[in-house]
Design a binder for this molecule. Structure first.
Ligand code: SF4
Ligand code: SF4
Length: 367
């Protein structure tokens, strides 16, 4: 395993981090603990979770996993998050997190998922910064961090807040163009930088051709090579501390570990050349992160957007409908029930025009 500095904190973190949002069997504690131990034995020392993952069950299983790591003398740092911004609510949440995680202190505590400039202003007005500072003084947390899906100037503005020691943001081989400016602030402020969604929530493993631009000419464009290339691409960003992969099973851990083993850094010039080759077709792809999935009309938006990805990836209307019908067992008519309330678009991490896409699906059904 290779390690990098987490900003100015003095902590060394593993290039590969363990994300607790995708366990295939979260209630099978033995299996999940085994996965955590397997990763830690291979040198992974950054473990990220959140109370919202599997309705707190990710934190619960982390509590068991971390206890086992301690028992086996395996070092780790634990990261979790809160959506709350008022002191009493944050205190309630952190108390519950500490109890579930079975630790006295959270190493990296995140102000979770800042989605907009206005949202950040509101959380600040509610006193979130002051409360986090108090938690640090009380040694309930070690480092104050923030996570966001914002892009462009919004992300750089957020990261310049003096209080942050580390940041967590979505970044990958297909959406780097709208977020790469974040690394300038990370570097200037010497922040810890953790990347989430490095494989686009399954999009890269399922569409290896998305990473064709990162592969050598003679390299086969398959799932294994694409995953390795996508992770290598991320690690080539020197200010990055950790690429966080949400693991479903042990095989996925092994694939990511083999990416670490085969990693040979590119120079900055080589990275720039690789980026210049990136296909335009990545723009506008839905990552399946599901942050939009709270439609008052009960439209399963991520599934519809997954089907619409076929269009973005150059496939036909028939492919969109095949994906809806055969993969998701959904009828395209459901897309027509959208009332255009807009709440999904404000929540979308990729800033996609969901309403327009649903309209397209509803109106362009193949005969
Ligand atoms: S805009 Fe349409 S799809 Fe989005 S949340 Fe509102 S009703 Fe649902
Ligand atoms: S539409 Fe946006 S928020 Fe919804 S799953 Fe896709 S990328 Fe995520």
């Amino acid at each position: 395993m290779q390690y990098r500095d987490y900003g100015k904190t003095g902590k060394k973190v593993s290039l590969l981090g363990f994300g607790g949002m995708r366990f295939a069997e979260v209630d099978n504690h033995d299996k999940c603990v085994e996965m955590m131990v397997h990763a830690a034995r291979s040198g992974v020392n950054y473990f990220d979770t959140a109370p919202g993952y599997f309705e707190t069950r990710s934190e619960t299983v982390y509590g068991k996993g971390l206890a086992e790591l301690r028992r086996q003398g395996l070092p780790y740092y634990v990261a979790t998050k809160t959506f709350q911004s008022e002191e009493s609510e944050i205190r309630k949440e952190i108390e519950a997190s500490l109890k579930r995680l079975d630790v006295p202190t959270i190493d990296f505590y995140h102000i979770w998922c800042v989605m907009s400039h206005e949202g950040w202003k509101e959380r600040k007005n509610n006193g979130v910064i002051k409360t986090f500072q108090k938690l640090k003084e009380e040694k309930l947390i070690n480092h104050i961090c923030v996570s966001t899906h914002m892009v462009q100037n919004n992300i750089t503005e957020l990261f310049t807040e003096p209080v942050f020691e580390g940041v967590l943001f979505g970044y990958s081989a297909y959406n780097f163009k709208t977020r790469e400016m974040a690394f300038d602030v990370v570097q200037q402020k010497n922040l810890g930088a953790v990347i989430m969604n490095p494989l686009g929530g399954g999009l890269i493993p399922n569409n290896p051709e998305l990473c064709r631009f990162l592969l050598k000419k003679d390299e086969e464009c398959n799932k294994e090579n694409a995953v390795k290339a996508a992770l290598h691409f991320l690690w080539d960003h020197k200010p990055l501390s950790v690429a966080l992969v949400g693991f479903s099973n042990k095989e996925e851990i092994d694939l990511a570990l083999s990416a670490v083993e085969t990693y040979k850094p590119r120079t900055d010039e080589e990275l720039a050349a690789a980026k210049a080759k990136a296909s335009k077709s990545f723009e506008g792809v839905c990552t399946g992160c599901s942050y939009c999935d709270d439609c008052p009309q009960k439209i399963p938006i991520p599934k519809f957007m997954d089907a619409y990805n076929r269009k973005i990836l150059g496939e036909t209307n028939q492919d969109i409908y095949n994906q809806l019908k055969w993969h998701w067992s959904l009828s395209p008519e459901i897309a027509g029930t959208c009332t255009q309330c807009g709440s999904c678009e404000s929540a979308c991490t990729q800033h996609l025009n969901i309403i327009e896409r649903l309209e397209y699906i509803a109106k362009n059904q193949p005969k």
